[in-house]
Write a protein that binds this ligand. Structure first.
Ligand code: IFM
Length: 454
């Protein structure tokens, strides 16, 4: 199938999982309702200059109240799976049960949400951590503190005991790169840290909490499938030079292998560890048994794909920096991210070749453009539609090449709060009018529905 031809559902295996993806902080709103505690993102939003449009997510898409209509829309699209995340501060406003009661109203909300999915024939895919750490835990060090691993296990135990009878797909963490590197090193995400060493320590604790949570989830949710979702990138070098090849290896080490290697039982990559050691002693502290825990077997690897990267050597940039090359003449999304369906094929085949996971779930893929709700009541998002079609064709290509991709989740069902960009970026296949909370399926969403129902 050429990547220019619209794909057809029948081209995919009958048991392929079709979904949409969302996250708690980005859509729920109800930021101060029913006992929900403050998260690091609530705090980050309240700090001047952090969010580009000065907004916050206290209301967002008001999904907390409007979820029945959102689930109706997902059902009408014809998806059979719905990915969502649980807001830890809704369950444990103080972060841990030891320092405050479990918030029954928070658990009851996720009961209603999950039951709503099941009533509509949508398989619930729950992510336990999509970045909204309770602020009280941040005040104890956040992911820099090993105690947060214990707090995560406590939270996981409470949630999976409550929902584990109905939720049978669990994702421990969404994109540790973003929560740790953007949050503790680049300073552009909560909690706004600026230290590479901190980011690496945070990352280690996140991965450790993933590994230690797996047996707990399996105990509380009989027959559940458990995995982690990573944001991964295919990376190429700007030239054939040895310097650019070295830059590629360095960049890939931190971006991709740092996560994949330990999850697949190889420990942290030696070359990246050496670079970290020479970069202000930035390698994380790892205790005996940690790497074995991180390598605990999972049922699937969640992959989020958005864009490829190209790097060239940058002698002035310090050992961890390979400078990114902005390729000219390529298509880009509204965010400036390069559009490359071929990049998805390359990424998936590389993961299979190098790590051979039994199952890959494409847990996010999507794009942002300047959408306009026109007077005819439509959003003619031709670029997103084309992006979606071409990436589905890429998935098919990867399947044909023998990659075990078993599901595709479009990011996202709704336009939503796009972190440091606030509401300036619309990733939804449904447009949200934030003033009225009206949802309108964009042309891309209408097409996804036709594709799924044909
Ligand atoms: O909105 C985010 C999501 O929370 C995590 N993956 C990438 C998306 C687009 O930036």
């Amino acid at each position: 199938m050429s990547s220019n031809t619209a794909p057809k559902r029948q081209d995919f295996p009958a048991d392929f999982r079709w979904g949409v993806s969302t996250s708690s902080f980005q859509i729920e709103g109800a930021g101060r309702e029913d006992g929900k505690g403050e998260s690091i993102w609530d705090r980050f939003c309240s700090e001047p200059g952090r969010i580009r449009d000065g907004s916050n997510a206290l209301v967002a898409c008001d999904h907390y109240h409007l979820f029945p209509q959102d689930l109706d829309m997902a059902k009408a699209l014809g998806v059979n799976a719905y990915r969502f995340s649980i807001a830890w501060p809704r369950i444990l406003p103080n972060g841990t049960a030891g320092r405050g009661a479990v918030n029954e109203a928070g658990l009851a909300f996720y009961d209603r949400l999950v039951d709503g999915m099941l009533e509509r024939g949508l398989d619930p895919w729950a992510t336990l951590y999509h970045w909204d750490l309770p602020q009280p835990l941040q005040e104890q060090g956040g992911w820099l503190s090993r105690d947060t691993v214990g707090a995560f296990l406590e939270y996981t135990d409470i949630v999976t005991r409550r929902l584990g009878d109905r939720v049978k797909h669990w994702i421990t963490h969404n994109e540790p790169w973003c929560s740790c590197m953007m949050g503790y090193w680049e300073g552009v995400h909560a909690p706004g840290g600026k230290s590479l060493a901190d980011a690496m320590q945070a990352c280690h604790h996140v991965l450790l909490s993933h590994g230690q949570a797996i047996p707990l989830i399996r105990k509380n949710s009989a027959g559940a499938q458990v995995g982690i979702t990573l944001s991964l990138h295919p990376i190429t070098a700007a030239s054939d030079s040895a310097e650019d090849a070295a830059a590629l290896k360095r960049h890939d080490g931190l971006r991709n292998r740092w996560f994949l290697d330990p999850l697949f039982g190889r420990g942290y990559p030696e070359d990246t560890l050496a670079l970290l050691a020479s970069s202000g002693n930035a390698a994380p502290k790892v205790e005996a048994g940690d790497l074995a825990a991180i390598a605990t077997a999972t049922d699937f690897l969640g992959v989020n794909y958005y864009f490829p990267e190209m790097v060239k050597a940058d002698p002035a940039g310090g050992p961890m920096r390979a400078s990114l090359v902005e390729r000219e003449g390529v298509e880009r999304t509204g965010f400036g991210w390069e559009i490359s369906p071929q990049g998805l094929v390359d990424l998936l085949t590389r993961i299979q070749r190098d790590y051979n996971p039994a199952v890959i779930q494409l847990t996010e893929n999507g794009s942002t453009f300047e959408d306009v709700l026109t007077p005819d009541g439509h959003v003619h998002d031709a670029e997103r539609l084309s992006y979606l079609q071409r990436h589905l064709s890429a998935v098919k290509q990867a399947l044909d090449a023998g990659v075990p991709v078993k599901g595709y989740f479009a990011w996202s069902l709704l336009d939503n709060f796009e972190w440091a960009e606030g509401y300036l970026r619309r990733f939804g296949i449904a447009y949200v009018d934030y003033a009225t909370q009206q949802r309108t399926l964009k042309d891309s969403g209408l097409w996804y529905g036709q594709f799924l129902n044909e």
